[in-house]
Design a protein around this ligand. Sequence first.
Ligand code: ADP
Length: 527
Amino acid sequence: MSQRSSATAANDFSGPVFTMDELRQITEHLLHFSPDALIVVDDSARIRFANDTVMTLLGYEPRALIGQPVDALIPDRLRLHHGQHTADYLRAPVNREMGARITELFARRADGSEFAAGIRLAPFRIDGKLFVAAAIRDTTERQLVNDELVAARKDADRANRAKSRFLATASHDLRQPMQTIRLLNAALLKLVPQPEIRELLAQQGQAIESMTRLLNALLDISRLESGGVEPVSVEVKVGEVFEELRTEFESLAHERGLDLRMETTNVTLSTDRTLFCQLLQNLLGNAIKYTDRGWVHLRCLEEAEGVAISVEDSGIGIPEDKLERIFDEYYQVDTHGAKRMGVGLGLAIVREVARLLGFSVKILSKVGDGTRVVLRIPNQYRVAVTSQASNVAAEVGNAPKRKARLILVEDNDGVRLATELFLKLEGHETLSAPTLAEAEALLERLRPGDLVIADYHLDDNNTGLDMLLRFRERRGYDVPGIVLSGDLPAVLRAVKTTVPACRFLSKPVDTTALIEAINELSAESRN
Ligand code: ADP
């Protein structure tokens, strides 16, 4: 054995090398005073060797252990189990950590006390006879740290769930008063002629808008995080969704002087429509928000592995070193000047929703050049296209307005009174009911052409939609209706199919959208 040559081969160390005699002394020292207690047992599980560390760790004179069954080192309460493990091990001995299959391993000291132990086993043979060397160490410290970590992790998970629940409840409950404030703001704008006050009200309206957006984002992220969102797959025509998005974002893009381009596509997906729309809304919203001049482009590309939907803009771009964190909650790049344009939840929602739907999201960006976000949808979510004529949208936008009579069913007093006031100022005759029973009585007075506006969550057993559908059955025609909800995505998923002559609007309700829905429905019901 050439110790010198192997030592010098590993590196250029040229100091003195141990002689064979010194090496023997070192080995002996290590064997007897190793940091771990070492024992050797034979094939009948009797101890045949114990080193000096056995004294410090287990309180035994090494000699006293020779010839003892290894069970002597096991706490009484675990002996039965251990006997079985030892027998199994001796049948198929391998070099391994003991307790890999037992979560808690304990050793017994000479005085009967026990400690959490880590034991490593190494079998070997002398003249064909099996022996097993065992290195034993006290892992009490490690176990304690481990227990603390597990407990801390549990606490953190619990706190995180509580935070998500709190956020979901708070943002949901804040919607009712928000709805009232919003409607009152719209009503005041109708009533007040003085330009200075109208200006103040318009500013108030903008603050209400951004608060509504924040509430929606908080509710979305907390529901997504707490696992409260279950996607419901339906056939979704991507081209139709693009058209809806065009309607939604056209005026905003126009206001910012941007060219909003959307390519036609006949791709059909099997996915959750509401969540899919939410993904694209967030991406498109960002593209428009962070682009001062130029264009925003939405495309659906067919690739070998699936479909790629890209949202591209010619905007300010994102610095490369920030791209990694861009999907984190509340993360915002601080290069957009003093004005913060969002709350930093949009992309966190995109990430969660994409994960839920089985899509991947990739973001490419260059400061000053623009940003491209690509949503990749694997082929498994594609539906074979049946060559159908492209969507024929009903043209109702230009129908002449007529003031429909409205029946409003809303159990929250503030929201009901504000809605009534707003609708009256819009010139609609409005009857309102706070409870289902009163609504039933009102509905008896319903005339053809009247329209029902109902809150979705009326009481524990009945939704506004149930009420409307029951009433339609009794009347024998599709009484037009608008259903309002503080948690529209959940409602749309629960409803699954489209309901004729019915619109679903999110609370706090956008007053323009409410008036549009009323106009459209009353125009439809006249045809
Ligand atoms: P925010 O509410 O701030 O828009 P997001 O989570 O949607 O939050 O986005 C996080 C940050 O990523 C934004 O603050 C913005 O700095 C950056 N960002 C997102 N989309 C774009 C984009 N299309 N162009 C430039 N920056 C973007």
